[in-house]
Design a protein around this ligand. Structure first.
Ligand SMILES: N[C@@H](CCC(=O)N[C@@H](CS)C(=O)NCC(=O)O)C(=O)O
Length: 222
């Protein structure tokens, strides 16, 4: 019998929540190991030995260690989630499309979220109009893709939905208005209604409270 999987996790982190949601959606039990990024726990010698890039999520499966949330999602479904293979279809064309969406998430959606929303949490200057336009184009694209569909790939939930939804979840923590992307909002709610959502996403509210607290503190300093 294989050892129980360990997932290094921090609740604020969308990629970490995506990895946990994938495990949960695939019915794969994991031991959640909390790494407190606010206290720099990811930089301890002990964690650097596990993941020299000191990022969450990090999966430990016996002697095998894997980081990068999207790679973790693919691995989890392929190795342990075969009963839920629809999450990462074996059909080559479908799989290629899921891979395309995962790469679009890493290279466009998540980057756009960081540049356009996460900066608020770090109290950094806003993005240029160019970066904002690029992000809105990306949200327009997803909104169009979801027209008349339940999920990004059609009628089945995949790891691409989970990954992109986790990336976008920052909007809830900073109270961003995304109502103009109507299909996207309905789809987001559909993913939130999934049984795995609640268990893995308390960090959205925690991050919201952290953001409000640090915003108040910032105001009191000026
Ligand atoms: N592309 C990576 C991003 C992972 C990442 O940057 N995680 C952040 C939290 S959202 C982290 O661990 N930061 C701590 C650090 O870099 O020291 C993934 O999808 O897993």
């Amino acid at each position: 019998m294989s050892p129980k999987l360990e997932l290094y996790f921090f609740p604020f982190s969308p990629p970490a929540r995506a990895a946990w949601m994938t495990c949960s959606a695939a019915g794969v039990p994991v031991d959640i190991k909390y790494i407190d990024l606010l206290n720099g726990e990811q930089k301890t010698a002990e964690f650097i030995k596990i993941n020299p890039q000191h990022t969450v999520p990090t999966l430990v499966d016996g002697d095998f260690v894997l980081w990068e949330s999207r790679a973790i999602a693919c691995y989890i479904v392929d190795k342990y989630g075969t009963a839920k293979q629809f999450l990462y279809p074996k059909d080559l064309h479908k799989r290629a499309e899921v891979n395309r969406l995962l790469q679009y998430d890493a290279g466009n959606v998540w980057i756009g979220v960081v540049e356009n929303w996460v900066y608020k949490i770090h109290h950094k200057p806003p993005p240029t109009t160019e970066r904002e336009t690029a992000f809105h184009t990306c949200l327009d694209y997803l909104d169009g893709l979801l027209k008349g569909k339940l999920y990004l790939m059609g009628s089945e939930l995949t790891i691409a939905d989970i990954s992109i939804c986790a990336s976008l979840s920052i909007w809830e923590s900073i109270d961003e208005d995304i109502s103009r992307w109507k299909n996207l909002l309905k789809w987001y709610q559909r993913i939130k209604d999934q049984p795995f959502w609640e268990e893995c996403n308390h960090g959205i509210q925690d991050l919201k409270e952290y953001y409000q607290r640090t915003n108040e503190h910032k105001k009191s300093l000026v």
